[in-house]
Design a protein around this ligand. Structure first.
Ligand code: SAM
Length: 350
């Protein structure tokens, strides 16, 4: 049988049109000269808004006055404002408006958000809202919201609430009857998923694998039979270790797309079987931020071994892939999503 091959894929490296901040200067964003102005908004006066909405179901092409009314900053409201994950041109016009007009900003790191604001010529009172202070900071934000102020919640980069403490603040607002409004925009997971080339119709967002090694291992074991595409976030200094664990638990042939420094100067996407990815990260430590987009387990009917008996399947790994018998049995059990005992039993049966 022909050994399956997984050519490494590298998309062309895109050079963003705007200069970027180095990672040292700013972990999440990459400022350059601001070249966006809300005043430069196209007038887009689709005054027949009813008809236009029918023609363009995804958008509300309405008159400028209607849009202004709709986008008014409301009192006693928390706005979840997505910010760029590297390329400042990804800020949205609506995000700029909310940041400019809200009463105050709750920021994961006020220094990072301070740089973002000054890049866009904005200035606003800020409070810190981050993982370690989320209880007390949450109460501060809540008091001000209950007093009628509007607040924009931002993180260092991306969409608040995705793998950051934003979700706690949203819950607090709902518990206190406050309005929460999304201001959507960049999100590393969505950008990675859509560019990965892996199935996007159904997917699972796992975020960071949490806890000690045995907890991560248990979580990966639970995910090993997942057939949907799985998205992971990981810190650069832990990528090698995490990928090694994935290769061990999910098998060296399971493929993943590694999405590095999305929207930044060194943006790179590569598809590799986990075993090869391990070797790559051992040789060359990961640098920059990564999203790992893991291919789901093949449905049994699509798998290369679907037509093989258990014995032929084990032989494939021993004879063609050079594994010893124990290792081959382990991988076969993983492929088939069954316990190893079942493979031993099948091998004993005639
Ligand atoms: N809320 C953010 C979002 O919407 O994407 C995610 C915050 S989470 C604390 C940070 C993780 O997101 C990083 O460790 C990395 O896995 C991923 N990430 C953020 N920016 C990225 C980028 N430009 N390229 C690749 N991964 C990125």
């Amino acid at each position: 049988m022909k050994k399956p091959t997984f050519p490494e894929r590298k998309f062309s490296e895109r050079k963003p049109s705007v200069p970027e901040l180095t990672e040292k200067e700013h972990p999440g964003q990459a400022p350059s000269e601001p070249n966006l102005s809300v005043n430069a908004l196209p007038a887009s006066d689709f005054s027949e808004s009813d008809g236009a909405e029918k023609d363009f179901p995804g958008q509300e092409f309405s008159a400028r006055e209607d849009r202004e009314e709709k986008n008014k900053i409301l009192p006693a409201t928390l706005y979840l404002v997505a910010t760029p994950i590297g390329n400042l041109d990804d800020i949205t016009l609506r995000a700029l408006k909310v940041l400019r007009e809200c009463d105050f900003i709750a920021a994961e790191d006020t220094r990072v958000t301070g740089k973002l604001l000054s890049f866009f010529g904005l200035s606003k009172p800020m409070v810190s809202y981050e993982e370690h202070s989320k209880r007390t900071a949450g109460q501060t934000v809540l008091r001000r919201l209950l007093a009628g102020q509007s607040c924009a919640l931002v993180t260092d980069a991306g969409t608040p609430g995705i793998s950051d403490p934003g979700e706690n603040l949203v819950r607090l607002c709902f518990e206190n009857g406050l309005k929460v409004v999304p201001v959507p925009g960049p999100c590393a997971a969505v950008a990675a998923l859509t560019v990965s080339g892996l199935p996007t119709r159904r997917f699972v967002f796992e975020g960071f694998l949490e806890g000690k090694q045995n907890q991560k291992r248990a979580r990966l074991e639970e995910l090993s039979s997942e057939t949907r595409t799985v998205l992971f976030y990981e810190a650069p200094h832990r990528i090698a270790e995490t990928v090694a664990l994935m290769a061990e638990i999910l098998g060296p042939d399971r493929r993943a797309v590694f999405c590095r420094e999305i929207t930044k100067r060194n943006e790179e996407f590569f598809l590799l079987p986990l075993g090869e990815a391990c070797r790559r990260f051992e040789k060359e430590p990961a640098r920059g931020e990564y999203v790992i987009v893991l291919e789901g387990r093949k449905e049994a009917s699509d798998a290369f071994w679907a037509s093989l008996s258990v014995k032929e399947h084990v032989d494939y790994y021993t004879e063609k892939m050079g594994l010893d018998r124990m290792a081959a049995i382990k991988v076969v059990a993983k492929d088939r999503g069954v316990p190893k005992n079942e493979i031993y039993r099948a091998l004993l049966e005639k």
